[in-house]
Write a protein that binds this ligand. Structure first.
Ligand code: SAM
Length: 279
């Protein structure tokens, strides 16, 4: 496990992922009934943007810093940006960036339950430290994929599973396809959000094609590219697969990613695509 999210915190991929996460959680909150959130690859919860790792790549400068510099950010960013501000991340020079566990817990209500898995021992310890007083939250230093077996279905019978692995292994896409089948058996009505990188579009394309043929109904794909896809060693974009999305999400992400692609663009290859892969 070499991946350290601190190098990438607050980059364009975090912006598109966390803005979408906020929209999904806000939708779950429309009903009083409690929900469950499982974040299988949670990270540390917060990154110091002045730290060595974030400064080394400076990726947040072309991500969250660009958004915070906008005078009129897109209105669909409101739940995301308000949550960030509540967690101390505001413009024009943010000093830290929260990860998915802090964002999800800030948006969740007292009746909701959250479980975060992080396999890296140091990161799991840091993550646990962020939540030791929050009774709604459990942090486990385990392989997040095993949690999909042991923790589903949740007693609440509603909720969100976020799968956001580091993609260090070439077999990660295959693993996710297997897990999707299992999740469907255990928790068919749950919302599942999977993040994936796009370097070589044929690799992520094969993943999506597989889902088109064998995946569950009601599956949405939302992709954001910040540059032309002409170098397969470099991330030109990233995508989200959302199974059982809120019925408003397709229109929201079409609107929002259309705006984000202009603000986050590196070259004229920037583009967005939001479509049902199975309706
Ligand atoms: N979800 C986080 C966010 O949005 O802020 C970022 C997570 S980062 C992309 C992936 C994390 O998964 C890393 O912190 C890594 O240590 C952890 N990890 C790697 N393999 C894992 C596994 N099998 N189970 C749980 N965590 C894992």
């Amino acid at each position: 496990m070499n991946y350290r999210h601190a190098y990438h915190a607050g980059n364009f991929a975090d912006v598109m992922k966390h803005a979408s996460l906020a929209l999904i959680i806000n939708y779950l909150k429309l009903k009083e009934k409690p929900f469950f959130i499982l974040d299988t690859h949670a990270g540390t919860g917060r990154t110091d943007l002045a730290g060595t790792e974030a400064q080394k790549t400076g990726e947040y400068r072309d991500g969250i810093a660009r958004i915070l510099a906008e005078e009129k950010p897109h209105e669909l960013l409101k739940p995301y940006l308000e949550t960030l501000a509540g967690l101390g991340c505001a413009g024009p020079e943010p000093t830290s960036y929260p990860g998915s566990p802090l964002i999800a817990s800030k948006l969740a209500r007292p009746q909701d339950r959250l479980t975060f898995c992080e396999l890296h021992p140091e990161d799991a310890e840091t993550l646990r430290g962020n939540f030791h007083r929050d009774k709604r939250v459990k942090v486990f230093e385990i392989d997040g994929y095993t949690a999909l077996k042991s923790m589903l279905p949740p007693k609440e019978r509603r909720g969100l599973i976020l799968i956001d692995p580091p993609f260090e292994s070439r077999s990660e896409f295959e693993r996710i396809l297997q897990e999707i089948e299992q999740i469907h058996v255990r928790f068919a009505t749950g919302t599942v959000m999977i993040w994936y990188p796009i370097k070589d579009p044929s690799l992520s394309g094969a993943f999506v094609e597989h889902l088109e043929h064998t995946g569950p109904e009601k599956t949405l794909r939302a992709e954001l590219f910040i540059r032309a896809s002409d170098d397969p060693t470099r991330m030109s974009g990233c995508g989200l697969i959302v199974i059982n999305p809120p019925f408003t999400l397709k229109d929201q992400l079409t609107d929002l990613f259309g705006w984000l692609k202009d603000i986050l663009a590196h070259d004229t290859g920037a583009r967005a695509r939001v479509e049902w892969i199975k309706k």
